[in-house]
Ligand binder design. Structure first.
Ligand code: ATP
Ligand code: MG
Length: 561
């Protein structure tokens, strides 16, 4: 992993340097940041980076961070998303206190300031169609052309703007534009739009407004109203900064926030764009916004990713000024770090193969001591029942093994974890010639899995579940949603991985898993958590992540096996 952060003190980055300096120089008494999502979809892991940065800075420097809904486009925004955003930010471990705000809280104030701009000759109502406006905007190398409506009188502009507000005109008939400079080298400064007509019901203001402020106009002024000191956003807004500053200089705003840009998070194999995520849900390529294959915070939560892991990941990748793509293996590393520490160990068999131990007395059972966590003695032990009939993993047996296969095959001996040495004597097959049962023997002198007096060694230790009291469960295994490492947001449907979800309906679990509502490690298989579909008697588990770093290899190979 190489990031700009490698050469720095832990927890420090260029934005924190600026905040520290501003506080040291007395430019601000306290730091105030904000996280400003538009409630038009669920948050994704890219937003988690912004949340951790904004709320993290406020925490570290004793300031505060606002959660602000940037709700200026009622055609795409819904209460459902507002609720989901609040839940996700809280789950990540952050608290906005009393500072839950909406850009729509400021609609009246923003409207008043817009009238002020008209009166100062700095804004005008433009009757050009959206196409005409596009055609006269110019290009990166050519200046734009002034609108024929640019020189309307203040009175005419005020009259039209008030009638826009009153709902007299249809969508798209007119806009209010700033009068800045149609020949500016920065296209954002070529008379940008302040208000557009939208006859659409807003989730909060209902049908009060027929006109809505543009992002650029609403955003910076909301920052100023709330007394934001450091307005942190992603790099694509760097070209908007002159406009951000123009508004602050030309309006009677109560504060002068400053905008800083950092590189957005990109992760290989993932698409972090609300537009694409919305399409995945709408076109049913995934089950919902919280499908465990989604890079949404809700999806990661359902998959079993702990919030500490996301915070650790964000810290690890750092905050840079240049865009880059982060390896998904870094995310997996953070997830494993946390899960390894906190997950009790359990035994589960995903693809069960029956073992019958011929020399173990019928009807007899024993309670074996199983360790809950190998690195944490305080986690204690639990009893697992052993008996004559067991389930082992089908993959742990081969009838005709290649040279390097050290697990079970006819004539070989392995250790059953926490139990006994086991030898396979013969196999039972069905009509199709498939192995459906193993006839085995055990060595009573190896209780607890210990080496027998003759010092015999085995090369493999297998997990198992007692057939008499195993629980049946559904287990869902996940692979990347897209096949390529750099999926194309413009043509993502062609890149969907048909093997991204594997549902195993016949897994067998040790009985302790009936009550586990937390993340667990299934020994040798990975980290798992109960899915929200799981019910007593109908258990469903998700694999959060495997035990080792296989992600990168799987993606390169175009999906596993
Ligand atoms: P879309 O993905 O559709 O472009 P958006 O990312 O602009 O939507 P917003 O709700 O406007 O969504 O984002 C809220 C905040 O999160 C913004 O400040 C934005 O800069 C930040 N953000 C969005 N995506 C990322 C990302 N990938 N990495 C870091 N920050 C991000
Ligand atoms: Mg946005």
């Amino acid at each position: 992993m190489t990031t700009e952060n490698d050469t720095r003190e832990p927890g420090s980055d260029f934005i924190r340097d600026i905040v520290q300096e501003d506080l040291a120089q007395g430019r601000h008494k306290t730091v105030v940041t904000r996280f400003p999502p538009e409630p038009n979809g669920f948050l994704h892991i890219g937003h988690a980076k912004s949340i951790c940065l904004n709320f993290g800075i406020a925490q570290e420097f004793g300031g505060r961070c606002h959660l602000r809904m940037d709700d200026t486009n009622p055609t795409k925004e819904e209460q459902l998303y507002i609720d989901a955003i609040q839940k996700d930010v809280q789950w990540l471990g952050f608290d906005w206190g009393t500072h839950f705000h909406h850009a729509s809280d400021y609609f009246e104030q923003l409207y008043g300031w817009a009238e002020g701009l008209i009166k100062a000759g700095k804004a005008y109502v433009d009757d050009q169609s959206p196409d005409e406006m596009r055609a006269t905007r110019g290009t990166l190398t050519e200046p734009g052309k002034n609108s024929p409506f640019r020189d309307r009188t203040v009175d005419e502009n005020l009259d039209l703007f008030r009638r826009m507000r009153a709902g007299e005109f249809p969508n798209g008939a007119r806009v209010l534009r700033t009068k800045i400079d149609m020949s500016s080298g920065n296209i954002n400064m070529r008379d940008p739009v302040l208000y557009r007509i939208l006859h659409s019901t807003h989730p909060r203001t209902g049908d009060t407004w027929k006109i809505y402020p543009s992002y650029d106009y609403a955003h910076g002024q909301s920052d100023a109203i709330e007394g934001i000191t450091h307005s942190i956003c992603t790099l694509e807004f760097a070209d908007h900064r002159p406009l951000y500053e123009w508004f602050l200089a030309n309006l009677p705003v109560p504060a002068q926030p400053r905008q800083y840009e950092f590189a957005r998070l990109n992760i290989n194999g993932m698409i972090l764009s609300k537009r694409v995520l919305t399409q995945l849900v709408r076109d049913k390529h995934v089950s919902a916004w919280d499908d465990p294959r989604m890079p949404t915070i809700a999806g990661l939560r359902r998959r079993g990713v702990p919030p500490e892991a996301l915070r650790d990941f964000v810290k690890r990748i750092g905050v840079a000024k240049a865009n880059s793509i982060v390896g998904a293996d870094i995310l997996e590393f953070s997830i494993r770090e946390v899960l390894n520490k906190n997950s009790p160990r359990r035994m589960a068999v995903l693809r069960p193969l029956k073992v019958v131990i011929e020399n173990y007395p019928e009807g007899q059972t024993e309670e074996m001591d199983a360790v809950n966590h190998p690195d944490d003695a305080a986690a204690g032990t639990r009893k697992v029942r052993f008996g004559r009939e067991l389930w082992i993993e089908h993959d742990d047996f081969m009838e005709n093994p290649p040279k390097k296969f050290f697990r079970l095959s006819p004539g070989t001996e392995v250790r059953l974890r926490y139990a006994y040495f086991l030898s396979c004597k013969s196999v039972v097959k069905n009509d199709k010639g498939e192995v459906v049962e193993l006839r085995c023997t055990y060595d009573p002198q190896t209780k607890g899995g210990n080496t027998p007096p003759d010092g015999r060694k085995v090369k493999a230790t297998l997990h198992w579940v007692s057939a008499a009291d195993a629980l049946k469960a559904e287990v869902r295994l996940y692979e990347p949603l897209f096949m390529s490492e750099a999926p194309d947001a413009g043509n993502f449907a062609a890149d969907l991985n048909p093997k991204s979800l594997e549902v195993i309906t016949d897994a067998r679990l040790e009985p302790a898993l009936a009550g586990d509502q937390t993340a667990v490690q299934f020994e040798r298989l990975g980290y798992f958590c109960p899915d929200t579909d799981s019910k007593p008697g109908a258990l469903v588990f998700n694999r959060t992540v495997g035990l080792r770093d296989t992600f990168a290899k799987e993606v390169k190979g175009g999906g596993k096996k």
